[in-house]
Design a binder for this molecule. Structure first.
Ligand code: PMP
Length: 396
């Protein structure tokens, strides 16, 4: 892939004379100048509310906003852009769907879900939990014992934010629908959409949620994609301005999709910025993005293997995983690792990564996690390894 680092202004920042080694892209990605510029363009050229004004600036803002929706729809292979709902983040997208479910609904989740795709369902009923097979992969055979004629929904992550495990969504969805054609499938694509080509129709699923901020876009914007006929059946999530067609003292007629789910003024600059992020990723090509991820993950898996005392979690081969590696270092707490690496400006994450059920299941209190993206280099991984060796000496 072409060298993209010059597009990321934050990578030029030095702290105490040291370069930034950013290995926390699974939490949020850095932003390229093209996205920053586009957001700024809204604030400096056509700042106005969307859908309301009949003056040119507002029309310009509305056009840019809706262009972003069209770009997102094309990016994920949606049939039509009105199936793309803008929310605040992945969490809100999932909550939107969960809010329409009944307390009695039977929901199946995997043990490796982020709390975003676990807690909302847990509020409904007792969850049925799909455990992991060998190497942190799902045992597809188990699905047949979990999904019943009564199951209302399967909530599953496309890529685990801890193990990196890539779930074969298309295959899983086919099995689910064969057992129970009425069972809905919701995919948490927060760690997939930024890193690989996804196609919601090809997957055959019903809902897909992801966040702008993990795919080079601004914070404060999320996406919920849903099949039109299902979105039409769902009640609105929030009520207020812009989500109505008519309001009378005794009744309200709601707006059509997607506006029915977008009450109030949206994060206009953020959505327009997300459009620029999609342009940027399309320019790189999602095939190239994924290729780089496999290469860098492969390099990191081998490099970390050489550090004595390191245990890594998740599938052993880079082709089966996304660009995250959770690991422990014998005798040293993950928080100490992250804190000491920070002294050399190496940023990694430590803790349960919003996946406490998974950590309980694996019987580990915390892991350290390094995660990669388009700007990650082998030198970044080398800096991590050097840092870990240094930490081991301190704790000797
Ligand atoms: N799901 C996964 C797999 C994630 O990695 C994250 C973010 N760490 C989320 C959901 C939640 O995303 P957000 O905080 O943007 O709602």
């Amino acid at each position: 892939m072409i060298d993209v680092r010059r597009d990321f202004p934050q990578l030029r920042r030095r702290i105490k004379g040291k370069p930034l080694v950013y290995l926390d892209s699974a939490a949020t990605s850095l932003k390229p100048r093209q996205v920053i510029k586009k957001e700024q363009e809204y604030y400096t050229r056509y700042c106005a509310n969307v859908f309301r004004g009949i003056y040119r600036t507002s029309e310009e803002a509305t056009e840019e906003f809706e262009n972003a929706r069209t770009k997102v729809a094309a990016f994920i292979g949606a049939k039509e852009s009105s199936e793309v709902i803008f929310t605040r983040n992945t969490s809100e997208s999932i909550n939107l769907v969960a809010s329409s479910m009944k307390k009695t609904d039977e929901v199946v989740v995997t043990i490796m879900e982020h709390h975003s795709n676990f807690v909302p369902w847990q509020q409904l009923a007792k969850l049925k939990v799909w455990k992991l097979g060998e190497d942190g992969r799902l045992d597809i055979g188990e699905l047949e014992t979990l999904i019943t004629r009564k199951t209302r929904l399967l909530a599953i992550t496309a890529v685990s934010n801890v193990l990196g495990t890539i779930s074969p969504i298309r295959h899983i969805c086919r099995i689910v629908k064969k057992i129970n054609p009425n069972c809905l499938v919701l995919v948490d694509a927060a760690q997939a959409a930024p890193h690989m080509k996804i196609n919601v129709q090809d997957w055959g699923v019903d809902f897909v949620a992801f966040s702008s901020h993990k795919m080079l876009g601004p914070t404060g914007v999320g996406v919920l994609w849903g099949r039109r006929e299902l979105l039409e059946q769902l009640p609105p999530y929030q009520y207020g301005g812009e989500m109505i067609k008519e309001v009378h003292v005794d009744r309200t007629i709601f707006a059509d999709l997607p506006h029915k789910f977008e009450a109030g003024t949206p994060h206009i600059a953020g959505v327009i910025g997300l459009g620029a992020a999609v342009d940027y990723l399309q320019f790189l090509g999602m095939g190239a993005v994924r290729k780089h991820e496999i290469e860098i993950t492969d390099y990191a898996l081998n490099a970390l293997k050489s550090v004595k005392g390191v245990t890594m979690y998740g599938p052993p081969h880079s082709k089966d995983r996304g660009g995250v590696i959770a690991f422990t270092l014998k005798g040293i707490h993950a928080h100490d690792i992250a804190q000491l690496l920070d002294e050399d400006n190496v940023c990694i994450r430590a803790g349960h990564h919003c996946a406490m059920p998974l950590h309980e299941y694996l019987k580990i209190p915390a892991t350290a996690r390094a995660s990669f993206y388009v700007y990650t280099t082998r030198q970044d991984i080398d800096a991590l390894v050097i840092g870990l060796e240094k930490i081991k000496k301190i704790f000797q």
